[in-house]
Design a protein around this ligand. Sequence first.
Ligand code: NAD
Length: 503
Amino acid sequence: MSLATEAKTLLDQLGVDAALYTGGPMASFSPVTGEQIGALVTDTPATAEAAIARAKVAFKAWREVPAPKRGELVRLLGEELRAAKDALGRLVSIEAGKSPSEGLGEVQEMIDICDFAVGLSRQLYGLTIATERPGHRMMETWHPLGVVGVISAFNFPVAVWSWNTALALVCGNSVIWKPSEKTPLTALASQAILERALARFGAAPADLSQVLIGAGDVGNTLVESHDVALISATGSTRMGRIVGPKVAARFGRSILELGGNNAGIVCPSADLDMALRAVAFGAMGTAGQRCTTMRRLFVHESVYDALVPRLIKAYASVSVGNPLETQALVGPLIDKLAFDAMQSALEAARAAGGKVHGGARASVASNAAYYVHPALVEMPEQTGPVLEETFAPILYVMKYNDFDAVLESHNAVGAGLSSSIFTLDMREMETFLSARGSDCGIANVNIGTSGAEIGGAFGGEKETGGGRESGSDAWKGYMRRATNTINFSRELPLAQGVVFDID
Ligand code: NAD
């Protein structure tokens, strides 16, 4: 069966109307073979405006529904996702080029965040705060925010939507999603799954959740609209540089989840077997197309020769292949643009004195698919392409001899998403996690940079955008806070002793 036929079978099974993805102007491709799997009907800035108007109406009704009741909708979404897990996971694998276990793993993350959000729907707590005025009480309350616009990247085509939507819904907001133009089919499928949950729930307003299919111009309508209270945008730092200032210019709120240039440090005391496995998996897995992929590795000179040749061997022997038909760890790049960007970065690394191992195109499947052998590049120093994220499997390896200096180098890039240290030395570990250590939103010890558990707040600093999603208190980003003071005394003492002569 062709992938186009299989995708259609899955979409039918998931309840997506075929009219939405056949005969439209926007082609969608599977990176696994490069074949076209959909022709989508697209939105325009005008249809996006209309969707925003509908979402505003939906918000006004939804904000009145008690939060635990809103949680019931998300509980039903979790149930529907459990039922659809196999089909949606497979569709993710076809459309984003992930292995079957990664496709299923992504849907599991969606289920997990639903469970988290259901509990959260009874825990949207405010504080009570000691007041200096007698006979008064002061407290904080949290209220729904408005229409939430979600813009997402191709590499986690459905999980990022669910991270935002599960929280936004229990927090009392309506949602409009502009998925990546490279992965629209999985978005239609996710929306169909949510619609089943909405039908079972029964009492939700129409248009509580909508999907807009299109490219940046459609996303831009959300970004510029004064009626979209929050933009949660996941994607490249390039996109964030455009979106962030536009939202700020209208005093909107944004959660920016942008690019990473994640590093690991391997110290003299490290368990090298563990470090080797963590680095190999974190740098080559998902063909280097995770925001948390390890891209830089600093190795202490005393263990360099014990680690790096073994790592180079692991790179040379890793399996590259069709993720749907083989057990290959490394699947396809998303498209030719990604392949070209990788080759340019390797050229620049060579020009800067780097020794490149791997990196060539692998002959897999058709000419229209882009598979590569992952590249390990030994760099004399952190220059040129090492300073930027290239969204492909390239690991730049550098030698260090001084711990304070390596911390400086670690932090000397624009992005600040994820980081890890491999050490058994308590002083190094604690320093790495301290105020003068890693400046990233995620700092790990003896595990790699990639992967995230939904219980923690996810996001990064600096050019990664500063946003936080998913667990911990990330929900506060989806609500507005009010500080309330209540006077239950018979006095009204005014500041500065002001007295009005009113008798
Ligand atoms: P991208 O920036 O090309 O696109 C992301 C989304 O932004 C797409 O939906 C796109 O249509 C939209 N977009 C682009 N320009 C826009 C504009 N001017 N206005 C409104 N919307 C616009 O990113 P990509 O190639 O899909 O994804 C890869 C990038 O995403 C990498 O840099 C990766 O690190 C990053 N990423 C970050 C995280 C995170 O949580 N920090 C997670 C996943 C991916």
